[in-house]
Design a protein around this ligand. Structure first.
Ligand SMILES: [Zn+2]
Ligand SMILES: [Zn+2]
Length: 386
């Protein structure tokens, strides 16, 4: 292999900055996917492109110690619709688009691991490197699973990671079960009879009903979710009205509901629908509800989590492995892969000073890229060592 591909810290930074300058969002990651495929081919891997709706890339590497088990390592490659506020040299060149979740770093670390392992494939079996588009809300992970990722590239386990702001550089977190929440979204339109604000008895007050509903729905969390479980419901949009003296005919609410437990999720959706229907009936309003279940919860298989933690605990540069952090109410479409194949998803500290994920000041911390590469390599050596 060309030793211009060996993942030195400088080279990882250069790759990462290039991805950061050219962010691409859901299913439009053509330049990103092209660059990934090019580097993987130069490193000598077998590369399959055009997956996951077009911009997904999978690369295969067989170990030189003969056949054996196969495992998958996954990185997400997409950016967000965020206007970058950073002014450094590698800031986004594309207005309104930004790598504000660090997927540029995830892509770089998995590329680094692929290049390093290709240079010294000292393991038995096969590694499947999965570069997945459209993580942020369009479910590229689901698309890859539905188009047959695990049938076409059989593997017995799959692993993922996310950089984690607030966790110190050198620290990692591994959960034994739920890591990230399930994610539902809803759009709710209430329509009644608009009327003069001075004569509410001649119409039906959509706004009053919507306010009552927004407040009442919180009861699903505070009174109906078992106190030892977690769920969150946020109304994030409330659109109505144009005048001081008109009760509007329609109100539109949007929001999201998140929890970890599948049964609780089904229950809350049913009760959400009942609450909306009941309140609308009382106020004599028409309801249009679009309730969508987006991502399931991301659940680690405990035995795979234990393997990841074991690898991290002996990895040079890792100072602490948290095993008891609470899961995040954010969501992750790696959940679809973990539903189809056992495995685990870890958090790697992006530093205590790091801006939050999705913040316009966020930047992936280049200092952790070599650590991520080392983790992937060590995981492969630990799991494919027979
Ligand atoms: Zn994100
Ligand atoms: Zn992310």
């Amino acid at each position: 292999m060309d030793d211009r591909l060996l993942p030195t810290p400088e080279r990882l930074t250069a790759w990462r900055h290039d991805f950061h300058r050219h962010p691409e969002t859901a299913f439009e990651e053509h330049r990103t996917a092209g660059r990934i495929a090019e580097l993987l081919r130069q490193a000598g891997l077998e590369v399959v492109t055009g997956l996951g709706g077009g911009t997904g890339v999978v690369a295969i590497l067989d170990g030189r110690r003969g056949p054996g088990r196969a495992i998958g390592l996954r990185a997400d490659i997409d950016a967000l619709d965020v206007e970058e506020a950073n002014r450094f040299d590698h800031a986004s060149r594309r207005p309104g688009k930004m790598h504000a979740c660090g997927h540029d770093g995830h892509t770089t670390m998995l590329l680094g691991a692929a290049c390093a392992l290709a240079a010294a494939p000292d393991f038995a079996g096969r590694v499947v490197f999965i570069f997945q588009p459209a993580e942020e809300s369009e479910g590229g992970g689901r698309v890859m699973v539905e188009e047959g990722l695990f049938e076409r590239f059989p593997m017995e386990a799959v692993y993922g990671l996310h950089n984690w702001p607030g966790l110190a550089v050198g620290e990692a977190a591994v959960h034994d079960g739920a890591v990230m929440a399930a994610f539902d979204v809803f759009t709710l339109r209430l329509s009644g009879r608009g009327c003069h604000a001075a004569m509410p008895h001649l119409g039906s007050d959509t706004l009053l009903a919507a306010c009552q509903l927004a407040s009442q729905l919180q009861g699903l969390i505070s009174r109906e979710t078992p106190p030892h479980q977690s769920a969150v419901l946020s109304i994030t949009q409330f659109h109505a009205g144009d005048a001081f003296n008109v009760i509007p005919e329609t109100v539109e609410l949007r929001g999201t509901l998140r929890c970890f437990d599948g049964e609780l999720r089904t229950y809350l959706e049913r009760r959400f629908r009942q609450a909306v229907e009941a309140l609308a009936g009382f106020h004599d309003l028409k309801v249009e509800l679009d309730y969508q279940s987006r991502y399931p919860a991301t659940i680690n298989a405990p035995e795979h989590a234990a393997r990841c933690a074991g690898v991290l605990e002996t990895l040079p540069g890792i100072t602490r492995v948290h095993r008891d952090l609470p899961p995040s109410m954010a969501s992750e479409d790696f959940a679809f892969m973990l539903e189809a194949c056992p495995g685990a998803y870890i958090w790697l500290g992006n530093g205590v000073e790091s801006a939050a994920l999705h913040n316009p000041h966020y930047d992936f911390n280049d200092a952790i890229a070599p650590l991520g590469v080392a983790y992937w390599q060590a995981l492969v050596k630990a799991l494919l060592d027979d």
